[in-house]
Design a protein around this ligand. Structure first.
Ligand SMILES: C[C@](O)(CO)[C@H](O)COP(=O)(O)OP(=O)(O)OC[C@H]1O[C@@H](n2ccc(N)nc2=O)[C@H](O)[C@@H]1O
Ligand SMILES: Nc1ncnc2c1ncn2[C@@H]1O[C@H](COP(=O)(O)OP(=O)(O)OP(=O)(O)O)[C@@H](O)[C@H]1O
Length: 289
């Protein structure tokens, strides 16, 4: 019997400024993070012992045992009796927080199914630098090495296409390839009134990992060029790559260009999504539609 289900939504870094490096090697970040209406699904079923079953189009190659972040999260939550199924749709090692989103979804689901307590902030961060923000699960500004989370004005729904060239890019390699580690932080995030307004602001910000990731994986440049050729109003890489996002004026335009990109690049992972789009604080989601 399914006891709880949680969506592990793709995390997109609309900006990613690297502002310093700690003594332990971890980098200080300043990033505007939003979530997509698309991701993996974690379901918890009644069972004796702790088991993970992985299915879905992106299941191949994932660690199926103790190393999977789903089981790491379950152990951290103190759960030893559950069958957890992971329906995997997000490419791994792709800069969209797949494993971190799965870990956060597992914690949320086990909280409902088993009444498990959410671990301490320090324990959550140990699962991965992206897990705290994935647990928050909405548009926010991320700081520190990932532990600091600050509110931002509500982000309007941003129609987008996510494109991954089908090549894994490993986060530690990208940070190692970074040559300048003391960039300026982001200015305050303003309230955006439209996609165009948001795109204009984003164009003045950076993803400091885009250059080093592109050196390791030149196909990132092809993804960005393809998004721009398909009339994206803005395109950038997310996180440590290789996934890139393109913003479009309408969901219809994003869907149409998504079909065109899939036809032109059958070897790429291409997905039309909506990013952000939460209701402003104090309003129900219906107030904004
Ligand atoms: C680049 C981002 O995707 C931006 O959201 C995240 O900071 C990465 O988050 P993550 O994949 O959950 O990262 P972790 O699994 O904790 O770290 C992987 C490796 O990335 C490097 N790392 C990660 C986060 C950070 N703030 N500084 C780092 O230098 C470290 O070498 C670390 O060993
Ligand atoms: N449930 C999981 N899903 C994806 N990867 C996992 C999972 N559990 C463990 N991993 C391992 O974590 C590594 C990083 O994968 P992940 O998809 O989290 O990277 P990412 O998209 O680059 O994340 P980020 O944006 O946080 O840097 C993979 O190479 C994989 O071996």
């Amino acid at each position: 019997m399914t006891k709880a289900k949680a969506l592990a939504r793709a995390k997109i870094n609309l900006t990613l400024h690297v502002t310093g490096q700690r003594q332990d090697g971890y980098h200080l970040l300043d990033s505007l993070v939003v979530f997509a209406d698309y991701g993996d699904t974690v379901s918890v079923h009644e069972a004796e012992g702790l088991t993970l079953r992985i299915s879905g189009p992106k299941a191949a190659g994932l660690p199926g045992g103790e190393d999977n972040l789903v089981l790491c999260a379950a152990r951290l939550a103190g759960v030893s009796d559950a069958l957890i199924t992971l329906d995997k749709h997000l490419p791994a090692a792709a800069g969209i927080g797949g494993g971190s989103a799965d870990a956060a979804a597992t914690l949320r689901a086990l909280c409902i199914s088993h009444g498990a307590a959410i671990p301490t902030p320090e324990q959550i961060l140990e699962l991965g630098a992206d897990v705290p923000i994935c647990l928050a699960g909405k548009s926010l500004r991320m700081g520190g090495i990932g532990e600091r989370i600050d509110p931002v004005p509500a982000i309007p729904p941003l129609p987008a296409i996510l494109v991954n060239p089908g090549l894994a890019v490993h986060t530690p390699d990208v940070f190692r390839a970074l040559t300048f580690r003391n960039g300026t932080p982001m200015p305050d995030v303003p309230a955006f009134s439209s996609v165009a307004d948001c795109a204009k602001w984003l164009a003045q910000q950076r993803n400091d990992l885009e250059g080093p990731a592109m050196q390791l994986c030149p196909s990132i440049g092809d993804c960005l060029a393809a998004l721009r050729d398909q009339n994206a109003v803005f395109a950038r890489m997310s996180g440590s790559g290789a996934t890139c996002f393109g913003l479009f004026k309408t969901p219809g335009a994003a869907r149409a260009e998504c079909h065109a990109l899939r036809r032109a690049h059958p070897e790429w992972w291409v997905q039309a999504v909506i990013l952000g789009g939460e209701a402003p604080e104090g309003q129900s989601r219906r107030d904004t539609t």
